[in-house]
Design a protein around this ligand. Sequence first.
Ligand SMILES: Cc1ncc(COP(=O)(O)O)c(C=O)c1O
Length: 397
Amino acid sequence: MRYRPATTMRVSPLERRAIEARSTGEPFRDYSENVPRWPAGALKLPPSSGVELPRSYPPSAGLDLLRARIAESESRRCGLPLGCENVLVTHGALYGIGLVLRAFLSATDTVICQAPVFRAVGEQLASLVSRVEFVSLASRSGRDLSALAGSLQSHNIAAVYLDSPNNPTGDVLSVDQLEGLHSLCNSTGAILIADIVYADFLLTSEPFVHPAVGDANRWNRLFVVNSVSKAYAAPGLRIGWVLSSPSNIQMLASCLERESIAVSRFGQLYAAQLLEHGNEALIATVRRGAEVVAELAAGMPGAELRTADGGTQFLLELADLDAEWLADHLLRSHRLLVATSANCIAGGRPHLRLPLGHPPEDLAAALSTIRRALSDASVFRASPRAQRPLDAERSHG
Ligand SMILES: Cc1ncc(COP(=O)(O)O)c(C=O)c1O
């Protein structure tokens, strides 16, 4: 399947709806973000005021204090030794993905991308290379992937992007799938970019399989991206990182220097404290939220709950209702902001996203509002014209 980003640049449907929510000045409840929330009193960090104005640029690869903490924590996760030289600090994981793509890919390349995929990642890929093959890995073994490589032999497969646990499905890749992806990369010379921003949030007893699958030799062609956005509930810090071999990291640091010189010193120091602090309370919040949502979102009219093995959200899949229409209706009639399947591309059924990491009372209130809106919707189902989303109304005058 090929995907081309819109030629006219527009904000995403979620951003468009958030702008509308803020524009009226009327209060609204925000149930759109899948970033978990720290329980009251659980985050015990000193206030950041009183920090001196940073008068010098930090090193382009990042502050060694933060790089060492990242190396230590990621080394525990992958069971392989890592040092500062394996870590590049970036302006969030998404920037890290873009940096690797810009450094290693050219406009004539083909990229294989796990589907479905977070919209911003899919759009970055489609804007940089000539061909993106979206592949659902849930039903694919390593052998299927080699067959895919064969069918794409005339193209330059330059990179494979994977996301485990996946946004939006929460699927966690197995050892076999990861080994299959590595052999695909070996046979084509492609790099593997593994996005693990949800790796701390596992919702079943299945263990997380690290994309390196225990082999340190893989760092030459493997780029693992992560951040504090979800894992430490700090998306506004814009701090993420890329792990790879020392020579790849040096190369990426020179690209980052060219693009933005360095990452904010404030952000890096705060992130170092977060890593030291730990995120057990946040992980527990998401697990508890998963139980609440599984109970309260079951049996909604005209919708089916899809639970997940990992990540910070479940999906409420809609049988015959337009997700954009429902989200507009939730905002306009119930003052509830939600995200939809439009946040992702290349697959998946129309859905509302159900974040898990909010306080239980907020989850209960949001889910009861959604249940009510689905009952309102039964009135509209009889009239498909009434289901036209706002975007369609706008573009068709
Ligand atoms: C799969 C995936 N990767 C990356 C990001 C962005 O992470 P960051 O805030 O660290 O740039 C998101 C945000 O939703 C995501 O879902």
